[in-house]
Design a protein around this ligand. Structure first.
Ligand code: GLY
Length: 349
């Protein structure tokens, strides 16, 4: 088993092992004195893994129930969280008990938020089942929900007690969502690790997925341990995301996955960096090539004007400036504050 220790304010371990799902009861006993467990999962993941997790909990003598919500980003709202609170209260979960977030990013974010707020905070563990959640969203304690004004506008930084990554769950993940996660994998190489990027460039990442997950999670661990609340270095993890999010918004968050939009965003911002002489020439082409190897798009029909305007009207943008993440070269990144009203000029100049 690979174990990665995360040294945030509330420290925890990330475990990576095939079939670790079947050991979740044992690990809960090691990290918590909980008697009861509520497994929060969605309607796609429940038929695949709910019973395995419930059985593993029963084997350790834990009393458990499952709360299943309708899969999809459209469920990521406060009504769904309120339904989770109902289950937690009816099951008489106390402050000593624990929640399991079993699923992708939407499940982890929402179950984590329910854990952060129910009884002013109870323990939770993450069992991410998508590549994106395994390499990114399950680590670092970002929890939250969407509101009508925008995505992830309500939430909390709240660290899990443990993260259990079972690479075998990727066997049931549709290819489209493997690509989705690969954009975040490529991001880590771009911002922090040229050697890792070169490995990814061989196009064989999926053959060594455990090592790839371990590398990503270690990079993220290092970043969030130094900057848990995103006041500096953690912003680097948003490479490709400002323009990516703007593109997702243009498509109303349908028809394009988060990873597809991030891939396009990484290429666009790096081209802008090259044009301004702050990124080594040829870097955007290298990123495009790797993205294409993993089935990701690198261009979009939306114009620079549409993309900049979508970013400028993003409710998540507070104030007059935006922190763009740029590369000097592959493996080396930095943030640059740009006035929002100069964004179009920055990406086109
Ligand atoms: N997904 C970026 C972060 O956790 O900060």
């Amino acid at each position: 088993m690979k174990t990665i220790h995360v040294n945030t304010g509330s420290p925890y371990d990330i475990y990576i092992e095939r079939d670790i799902l079947d050991c979740c009861g044992k690990i809960i006993k090691e990290v918590s004195s909980a008697q009861k467990v509520t497994v929060i999962t969605d309607s796609n993941v429940a038929p695949l893994y709910k019973w395995r997790v419930l059985n593993a909990l029963a084997e350790e003598g834990l009393t458990a129930t499952a709360h299943v919500f309708q899969a999809g980003e459209q469920s990521k709202n406060l009504n769904t969280v309120a339904e989770m609170y109902n289950t937690l209260a009816e099951f008489k979960m106390t402050r000593k008990d624990i929640i399991i977030a079993l699923g992708g990013g939407v499940t982890g974010d929402m179950a984590g938020f329910a854990a952060a707020t129910y009884l002013r905070g109870i323990d939770f563990i993450q069992i991410p089942t998508s590549l994106l959640a395994q390499v990114d969203s399950s680590v670092g304690g970002k929890t939250g929900v969407d509101i009508v004004q925008g995505k992830n506008l309500v939430g909390a930084f709240y660290q899990p007690k443990a993260v259990l990554i079972d690479p075998n769950t990727l066997n049931t993940l549709p290819d489209k969502f493997i690509c989705d996660g690969m954009a975040e994998v490529i991001k880590y190489g771009c911002i922090k690790d040229c050697a890792f990027f070169d490995e990814l460039a061989k196009g064989t990442a999926l053959d060594n997925i455990e090592d790839v997950i371990e590398r990503c999670v270690t990079i993220k661990r290092d970043v969030v341990s130094r900057d848990e609340k995103e006041s500096g270095e953690r912003m680097l993890l948003n490479f490709g995301h400002t323009l990516g999010h703007a593109i997702e918004k243009i498509y109303n968050f349908t028809g394009i996955t988060h990873g597809m939009a991030v891939a396009i965003g990484m290429v666009l911002i790096t081209k802008a960096g090259e044009r301004r002489g702050i990124t080594q020439n040829g870097t955007a082409d290298k990123i495009s090539e790797v993205c294409r190897k993993y089935g990701l798009p690198t261009t979009d029909n939306a114009s620079f004007e549409e993309i900049a305007s979508s970013a400028q009207t993003d409710k998540k943008t507070v104030g007059t400036d935006i922190n763009l993440v740029l590369l000097d070269k592959i493996g080396s990144s930095f943030t640059k504050k740009v006035r929002l009203d100069n964004l179009l000029d920055f990406i086109t100049a």
